[in-house]
Design a binder for this molecule. Sequence first.
Ligand code: UD1
Ligand code: CA
Length: 474
Amino acid sequence: MSELCALVLAAGHGKRMKSAVPKVMHLVSGRPLVHYPIQCVLDAGATRIVVVVGHEREKVAPYLRDAFGSSVTLAVQAEQRGTGHAALQGLPALPEDAQRVLIVYGDTPLLVAADLVALAEALDRTPSAQLALLTCRVADPRGYGRILRDDHGRVLAIREDRDLTHAQRAIDEVNPGVYCARASFLREALTLLQPDNAQGELYLTDIVAIAAARNAVVDVPGDPSSLVGVNDRAQLAEADRLMQARIIYRLQRAGATVRDGARIDDAVQIEPDATIEANVVLRGNTRIAAGARIDVGTVIDNATIGPDAWVKPYSVITDSIVAASAQIGPFAHLRPHSTIGEGAHVGNFVETKKTVMHKGAKANHLAYLGDGEIGEGANVGAGTIFCNYDGFQKHKTVIGKGAFIGSDSQVVAPVTIGENAYVATGTTVTRDVPADALAIARVRQENKEGYAAKLRQRFAAAKADKERAKDSGS
Ligand code: UD1
Ligand code: CA
């Protein structure tokens, strides 16, 4: 097999997006558009991948280096003079011994590797062919380049939407923008392009007519569901919808239960027997372990949820770790760097941030636990606040193993509460509490016998006086 290379064109402006963000950096299922075609040519076996960047390349290039490292080589198209011109800029970065070159666009996220492989194979099977071309039929061909054929059905050319005659508009066979060319042909054909079209650009699509004139085109039918090119926000939404369907199907086939309405980013990993309930949103590098249940309406971003953990409805978890069999929510908020230990409980209206809860620790209701460490089996009562911020710095609260923090306590950090210590309800802890000690800091209670009745009489009389004064005044 000859060496298979690829050009990914991602230098365009994307004017139709009406955006300050370069088009290929708009997200589909959590990744920039351009990520997908690059991954696709990698999956198809391309050994050298040249991505042509241009418009706002300072925003695109860092992402590509980060996501793909040395797997991609960047080429620059400083001025956007069309897709053919972009391909020309990429050519010098292809290796000398390149034999076949896949060319795809950076704005077609739904491409599948099988289609690219089919193109490369079509070229291999047909020694006379210089160019293999994917085509497909669609219900609404507007915006796409159309495939022009002769009376014998042979491909003649691709004509861009703006350059079509009235009769040609009815053609429903379109160009998905996926090509595989012999490198020698590509090098020659690109130099022959002319900007004689409505946009005055060099169109890559014109290499089709050049190859057709030499009787050297093979065309391969492709699946329209992988075709969608994203030029505007409506197509972005369409691509995202199709990508979601694809991601969720893949996860379901791999053994996860995923209910309707869940939204799951491409990078998310879910083990078999996890359950993702309706309207759950899973983003970033989230991992959900086997048997975990993510309940309705929960949003998880970049977090790991352990085996058999249960995240109850409407919780929000960001950049955190939840260990096996822990229970979170409903309505819990785990902010970045929360680590919830095995079997620990974080209940409703509890917020954590940069806090470690060790195995079996519990904070079941209404609490703010910031910059803390909570020992194994410790119990944090309802309404407890870790007062971690003095307006200048954050301070840490450490609670020992087995300690009990009574409800409505404030723990003024930095402070350490020892193992098995007991903090009485309503205490403001300002000093360290030794292990096994009771800390109590609240005003001693006083009971005044019979005083409630006296109070009521006094208040009733005051109210009656006020009403009398009002009546006589009017
Ligand atoms: C292109 C095809 C069209 C096809 C459609 C499929 C051409 C002339 N037309 O049209 O036949 O049906 O894709 O989606 O190729 N780009 C550059 N430099 C440029 C211009 C574009 O790198 O100077 C890149 C863009 O970043 C984009 C891709 O090429 O990723 C396609 O450009 P776009 O302007 O979106 O082409 P379409 O009009 O969609
Ligand atoms: Ca496009």
